[in-house]
Design a protein around this ligand. Structure first.
Ligand code: HEC
Ligand code: HEC
Ligand code: HEC
Ligand code: HEC
Length: 133
């Protein structure tokens, strides 16, 4: 959708009093015909909770899709020479820190550029992860 018609539809549905000017245009969802109301209640305009997302994206399936990212990490004990292996759980949908409980919006944004929350602290390039859409 073009930005102008996006703005028009905002005005039509919600009146003029929301800050639509701050919302960049379109996303993966608009192109697939996912309506505003799949994520927002008509009456209030709060950021969509995870409960809305998982109506369409099942968390278990999601975790399976990105499970391949987990890898075996090897660490050598410098004194003994012993090598220890463990699975590094970098699957963003079932991670070491948060399991399956992390809020989708920490990474996937609807009206702004998405970010990888793990990159706040880790070098995610080394993990071979795609940019979240
Ligand atoms: C797939 C779910 C989804 C869809 C579809 C969606 N939104 Fe959102 N919306 C969000 C999320 C998540 C946020 C908060 C995070 C962000 O800004 O990306 C948000 C934030 C907003 C906000 C700001 C609310 C605030 O308090 O910060 C407005 C206004 C808004 N959306 C309007 C719309 C309109 C209008 C549409 C339809 C054209 C729409 N949204 C479609 C998920 C969605
Ligand atoms: C009404 C159903 C519906 C809801 C609700 C919904 N989505 Fe989607 N989403 C889709 C469809 C359909 C697609 C496009 C097909 C696909 O790639 O799965 C999509 C695509 C995506 C993609 C891009 C996948 C890719 O690699 O192309 C992401 C990321 C995503 N959704 C996250 C979210 C998040 C986060 C929320 C909650 C804020 C949400 N979705 C809510 C139906 C939905
Ligand atoms: C820590 C950041 C992070 C969180 C939190 C997160 N995702 Fe993702 N998501 C990603 C990344 C990164 C990818 C791409 C991974 C890859 O394929 O390399 C992705 C991929 C996806 C895809 C495409 C999957 C595919 O391969 O078809 C969908 C759909 C999606 N996420 C939805 C969600 C939903 C819904 C939630 C909340 C339940 C969520 N994500 C939580 C980072 C995140
Ligand atoms: C606020 C900073 C911060 C964020 C955000 C963060 N981490 Fe971490 N992470 C750490 C610290 C500090 C450690 C080392 C201490 C520990 O193990 O808890 C760590 C440890 C880990 C480990 C264990 C190391 C190993 O070899 O197994 C994994 C895996 C990991 N993080 C994955 C992730 C993933 C995936 C994300 C995003 C979903 C993420 N982290 C987000 C700070 C962070």
């Amino acid at each position: 959708m073009k930005k102008s018609s996006f703005v028009l539809s905002l005005i039509a549905v919600f009146g003029l009093n929301i800050s639509y000017a701050q919302m960049p245009s379109m996303s993966k969802h608009a192109q697939r015909g996912v309506q505003c109301t799949a994520c927002h209640d008509r009456s209030s305009f709060k950021p969509a909770p995870v409960s809305k997302c998982i109506v369409c994206h099942k968390q278990d399936e999601l975790a399976k899709k990105t499970e391949r990212l987990n890898f075996i990490s090897k660490m050598k004990n410098q004194k003994t020479g012993e090598i220890k292996e463990h699975m590094a759980l970098i699957n963003p949908h079932d991670s070491y820190h948060f399991g399956k409980t992390e809020d989708c919006n920490d990474c996937h944004r609807e009206h702004r550029q998405s970010v990888n929350d793990c990159a706040t602290c880790h070098d995610v390039k080394a993990w071979g992860m795609k940019e979240p859409k």
